[in-house]
Design a protein around this ligand. Structure first.
Ligand SMILES: Nc1nc2c(c(=O)[nH]1)N[C@H]1C(S)=C(S)[C@@H](COP(=O)(O)OP(=O)(O)OC[C@H]3O[C@@H](n4cnc5c(=O)[nH]c(N)nc54)[C@H](O)[C@@H]3O)O[C@H]1N2
Ligand SMILES: Nc1nc2c(c(=O)[nH]1)N[C@H]1C(S)=C(S)[C@@H](COP(=O)(O)OP(=O)(O)OC[C@H]3O[C@@H](n4cnc5c(=O)[nH]c(N)nc54)[C@H](O)[C@@H]3O)O[C@H]1N2
Ligand code: SF4
Ligand SMILES: [Mo]
Length: 743
C-alpha cells in the first residue's frame, strides 16, 4: 500500500511543502502539498528529485576510510578511530590552531547541522573557521552587524505588498530567491505588476527574472555601489530624502549628502554603463512610489564592492522611508530563533573588524572568518601556524571557492582531512575519512535561520520520511563525536548524549541570564527538565517555546511548542511581516547606524574605480533552476538535455573573440583557463560574459557517475583568490577580467 508523507524541501530557501508517496521503501512520487500554508502548492523540478537523491546509488551510506589511493568501507567506530588516529598527533604537536573547519551551504538547510554546527565549534574548541559565507553573503552580514547590531538582522523585501521593487544582482527565476525566502517569486513579481506596481531588474544579463519585469537595466559588473550612490545623490539634490518614521530610530543620516556628493549620475554613468537619465529616473521613481523596496543579492555581494553595494541597498530603503514599513523592506520574526543569530560574546560591546590577521597574506578577520580563498595558502605555505587538519561539513570548496585549482592542489598536503558529506566529490576525494550524513528524507525538518528572512512569518515541522537505518548516527551525533575527539576524548569514549546535555544545559543557563529574555531569571534546571527529548528536536522545542510565538514555559497556554507545532502538518502561518523597530535593533544605543565608518571608509576605493578604464571582458556567474551549487548534477533527470555549462556571450563580443554559437572557447583569467561551449546571445550586455558555477566534475576520482558524464568546467578556476571585497573579505567571483578565444 502506498503511504503519503508530508515533508519540507530543504534544497533552497523556498521551503516548499511536498507530498511524497512511498511504496515498499521507494519514493514513487513527489507532488506539491497544496495545503501547505506557506508554499500553497508551489514546487520546482529539484524538489521533485528528492527521491532520486535519496535512492542515488552513489550517495554514501557507510563511512569511507582512505588507504593510499583506495577507499575502504569502514564501520562507524573504525571511522571515528581513524579520525582520532590522524587528528590527535596534529593537535598534540601544533595545538588546535593547526585545525580548521569549512562549513558549507547545506548546513543552513539541514535540521541537524543547522543546530549543531553552533555546538560543534565551541565544544571542539576549533578557532579557524572558513565557510561558503565568504563567497556569498558576508557583505550583508557586515552591513547588518554594523547598522542593526546583528549579523543576521537582514531585512527582507515585503514582496507581497510592495508596489515598486528594484532588484539588483538576483535572479529568482533560477535561484527561487535568496535572503528573501518565499516560494514562487516570479508569481509574486507578476502580482506586483498586476496591482499596478513596477519591477526593475539591474543585471548584466537579461535574465528570466528581467524578462518578467517592467524594465531591465544592464549594468557593468561590480559597479552597483556607484549606481546606488548616484541614486542617493539624486535624492539629496532633488530634496527627496525623507526617512519619515525612521528619523527617530536612526543616526548618521546627515552624513549622507557629503558621502555621495562626488557620485553624480554623470560621474558614474560611464563606469556603470547606465545613462545619467536612467539613473535619475530610477531614483525618482523609487522615491515617488507609495511604497518601494530595493533588493540586492549575490550579484551585489560576490563582487568588488559588495559591502558598499549592500550598505547602499539599506540606505536607499531608509532615506525613502521604506525600511520597516509594509510594502518596503521589513524584518521577519522567526518562530524558532537560530543560534547563529545570537551575538557572540566577543562582540558584546559592539562589532569590530580586523581583530587579527591571517598568517600568509595578512587578511583581516571579519566576523571571525578569513576569506575562504585564504584556506589554500594556509594549508600549502610551510611555517608555524600552518593548517594541517581540516574538517569539511557539507561543503565542496574545491569547486565553490575562488582559485579552486589552488585549493585542489593544497588539500592533499593535509595530515588529516575529514569530510561530513554524502558523496565522494571534488573536495571529499582528498579526505582521509568521509562520514556520510543523512539524505533529506532520512531526517525531520524544521527551519530556523531561513525564517529570519522570510516574507511572511511561519513555522513548519516535518517528520522524517524514512528512518535512518541502523547503525548510522544522525549528523548532530557525528558532529558531537568529532567535537569530542578534537576536544581530547578517545573516539570510543565519546558519549554524544552527555555532550548534548552539556551544550543544552549551557544554552538554557545562558538564556536565563539574558535580560529581557522569556527565560530571564528562570530556574535553568527546571527548564531543562521540562524540555523532553534530545538533539535538534529538543533544541527546537526550547527555541520555539521561548520564541515570539512560544508558550514561554507556562506563560501562554496558546503558544507554540514542538508538540503543538506537530499538530499542524501543513505548517502554521503566523501572518505578514510586522514593523519591528526599535525592538529588533541590537546596536549599543538601539539606533540604526546609517553611515558606519567601517563601511564608508571604503568609499575612496570606489572613487578610484571610477577612474579605471574598462578594456577587458568581465566574467559573471549564473545559476540554473535545475541545479543547486555544485552537488546536484548526479541526478540524471535534472542534468540531461542541452549542455548548461556554457559561456554566454553577446554577438558583438563573440565576433571580436572569433567564437561562434555551439563552438568551443577558451576562457582565460589571471588565475587559470578553462574550455567551454559557447552560447551566443543578446541576453548578455556587451562586454560581459557569464558562466554557471558548480561544474567541473571531470576528476576520475569522484564517485558521481552521472555528474562525471555531464562534467562541465569549474568557473572558479578563473576566480583570482586575491580578489576580495575589502571590508567583508568576500570573494569577487563576479566581474573577473577574462579573455575569450576560440578553443
Ligand atoms: N563562481 C561562483 N562561485 C560560487 C558562487 C557563485 O555564484 N559563483 N556562489 C557561492 C555560494 S552563494 C555558495 S552558498 C557556495 C556553496 O559552496 P559549498 O557549500 O562549499 O558548496 P555546495 O556545492 O553547496 O556543496 C555542498 C556539499 O554538501 C554536501 N551535502 C549536500 N547535502 C548534505 C547534507 O544534508 N549533509 C551533508 N553532510 N552534506 C551534504 C554535498 O555533497 C556537497 O559536497 O558556492 C559559492 N561559490
Ligand atoms: N536552482 C538553484 N537555486 C539556488 C542555488 C543554485 O545553485 N541553484 N543556489 C542557492 C544559493 S547558495 C544562493 S546564495 C542563492 C543566490 O540567489 P541569487 O542571488 O538570485 O543568484 P543568481 O541566480 O546567481 O543571480 C545572480 C545574478 O546576479 C547577476 N550579476 C552578476 N554580477 C553582477 C553585478 O556586479 N551586479 C549586478 N547587479 N548583477 C550581477 C548575474 O548575472 C545573475 O543574474 O540561490 C540559491 N538557490
Ligand atoms: S523551489 Fe524547488 S528546490 Fe526550492 S524548496 Fe521548492 S521544491 Fe525545493
Ligand atoms: Mo549561497
Amino acid at each position: 500500500m502506498p503511504e503519503t508523507h508530508l515533508h519540507t524541501c530543504t534544497l533552497c530557501e523556498a521551503m516548499c511543502g511536498l507530498e511524497i508517496t512511498v511504496e515498499e521503501d521507494r519514493v514513487t512520487g513527489i507532488r506539491p502539498d497544496h495545503e501547505d500554508v506557506w508554499s500553497r502548492g508551489y514546487i520546482c523540478p529539484k524538489g521533485a528529485a528528492l527521491g532520486d537523491l535519496h535512492h542515488d546509488p552513489d550517495r554514501l551510506r557507510t563511512p569511507l576510510v582512505r588507504n593510499g589511493s583506495e577507499w575502504r568501507e569502514a564501520t562507524w567506530p573504525e571511522a571515528f578511530a581513524e579520525v582520532e588516529r590522524l587528528i590527535r598527533p596534529v593537535i598534540e604537536q601544533d595545538g588546535v590552531d593547526a585545525l580548521a573547519a569549512y562549513i558549507g551551504n547545506p548546513t543552513a538547510h539541514n535540521y541537524s547541522l543547522s543546530r549543531y554546527a553552533g555546538a560543534f565549534v565551541p565544544l571542539s574548541g576549533i578557532t579557524k573557521l572558513y565557510s561558503a559565507g565568504t563567497v556569498d553573503q558576508w557583505p550583508k552580514n557586515v552591513v547588518a552587524a554594523s547598522m542593526y547590531g546583528g549579523m543576521w538582522t537582514i531585512p527582507v523585501p515585503d514582496i507581497d505588498r510592495t508596489s515598486h521593487m528594484l532588484i539588483l544582482g538576483a535572479n529568482p527565476a533560477a535561484s527561487q530567491g535568496s535572503l528573501m525566502a518565499t516560494p514562487d517569486v516570479l508569481g509574486k513579481i507578476d502580482a506586483i505588476r498586476q496591482r499596478g506596481g513596477k519591477v526593475v531588474v539591474v543585471d548584466p544579463r537579461r535574465t528570466a527574472t528581467a524578462e518578467r519585469a517592467d524594465q531591465w537595466v544592464p549594468i557593468r559588473p561590480g559597479t552597483d555601489a556607484a549606481l546606488l550612490l548616484a541614486m542617493l545623490n539624486v535624492l539629496v539634490t532633488e530634496e527627496r530624502v525623507d526617512p519619515q518614521h525612521l528619523s527617530r530610530h536612526a543616526r548618521g543620516i546627515e552624513k549622507l549628502p557629503e558621502l555621495c556628493r562626488a557620485f553624480t549620475p554623470e560621474a558614474v554613468e560611464q563606469t556603470c554603463a547606465i545613462s545619467a537619465t536612467t539613473i535619475r529616473a530610477l531614483a525618482l521613481e523609487l522615491s515617488a512610489a507609495s511604497n518601494a523596496v530595493v533588493y540586492g543579492r549575490i550579484g551585489t555581494c560576490n563582487q568588488e564592492f559588495g559591502t558598499l553595494a549592500s550598505w547602499l541597498v539599506e540606505v536607499l530603503n531608509i532615506v525613502t522611508g521604506n525600511l520597516d514599513r509594509p510594502g518596503g523592506s521589513m524584518f521577519a520574526n522567526p518562530a524558532v530563533r537560530s543560534l547563529a543569530t545570537m551575538r557572540p560574546p566577543e562582540f558584546a560591546d559592539g562589532f569590530t573588524f580586523g581583530r587579527y590577521k591571517s598568517r600568509v597574506r595578512g587578511a583581516p578577520e571579519v566576523l571571525g572568518q578569513y576569506p575562504v580563498s585564504c584556506l589554500a595558502e594556509e594549508i600549502a605555505e610551510p611555517g608555524e601556524g600552518r593548517i594541517r587538519a581540516l574538517i569539511t561539513i557539507a561543503g565542496n570548496p574545491a569547486i565553490s571557492a575562488p582559485d579552486a585549482g589552488k585549493l585542489d592542489r593544497a588539500l592533499p598536503q593535509l595530515d588529516c582531512m575529514v569530510s561530513l558529506d554524502n558523496y565522494v566529490n571534488e573536495t571529499t576525494r582528498h579526505a582521509h575519512v568521509i562520514l556520510p550524513g543523512a539524505s533529506a528524507l532520512e531526517q525531520a525538518h524544521c527551519g530556523d535561520l531561513i525564517w529570519g528572512w522570510s516574507v511572511r512569518n511561519g513555522a513548519h515541522y516535518s517528520p522524517a520520511v524514512f528512518d535512518l537505518p541502523e547503525p548510522r548516527p544522525a549528523e548532530w551525533q557525528i558532529l558531537l563525536t568529532l567535537a569530542g575527539i578534537v576536544g581530547g576524548q578517545k573516539a570510543e569514549e565519546v558519549d554524544t548524549d552527555v555532550l548534548d546535555d552539556l551544550f543544552f544545559t549551557g544554552l538554557v543557563d545562558a538564556l536565563t541570564k539574558v535580560e529581557g529574555h522569556v527565560l530571564y531569571q528562570r530556574d535553568a534546571g527546571e527548564i531543562v527538565a521540562a524540555t523532553a527529548g534530545r538533539g535538534p528536536d529538543r533544541m527546537t522545542d526550547l527555541l520555539l517555546r521561548t520564541g515570539p510565538y512560544g508558550e514561554g514555559y507556562g506563560k501562554d497556554a496558546e503558544g507554540l511548542s514542538l508538540e503543538r507545532l506537530k499538530t499542524f502538518p501543513h505548517g502554521v502561518d503566523l501572518g505578514p511581516l510586522e514593523p519591528r523597530l526599535p525592538e529588533v535593533l541590537e546596536t549599543i544605543d538601539s539606533k540604526i547606524d546609517v553611515a558606519p565608518s567601517y563601511i564608508t571608509d571604503d568609499l575612496p576605493r570606489l572613487s578610484k574605480r571610477l577612474a579605471r578604464g574598462d578594456d577587458s571582458l568581465l566574467l559573471v556567474s549564473r545559476r540554473h533552476l535545475r541545479s543547486n551549487n555544485s552537488w546536484m548534477h548526479n541526478v540524471e533527470k535534472l542534468v540531461r538535455g542541452r549542455d548548461r555549462c556554457t559561456l554566454l556571450i553577446h554577438p558583438s563580443d563573440a565576433d571580436s573573440a572569433g567564437v561562434t554559437d555551439g563552438g568551443r572557447a577558451t576562457v582565460r583569467s589571471s588565475a587559470g583557463a578553462i574550455e567551454v561551449a559557447v552560447e551566443v546571445s543578446d541576453e548578455m550586455m556587451p562586454g560581459v560574459v557569464s558562466l554557471p558555477h558548480g561544474w567541473g566534475h571531470d576528476s576520475d576520482q569522484i564517485r558521481m557517475q552521472v555528474a562525471r558524464r555531464y562534467a562541465g568546467a569549474n568557473n572558479n578556476l578563473l576566480a583570482p583568490g586575491e580578489m576580495v571585497d575589502a571590508p567583508s573579505g568576500n570573494a569577487v567571483v563576479n566581474g573577473i577580467p577574462v579573455q575569450v578565444a576560440r578553443a
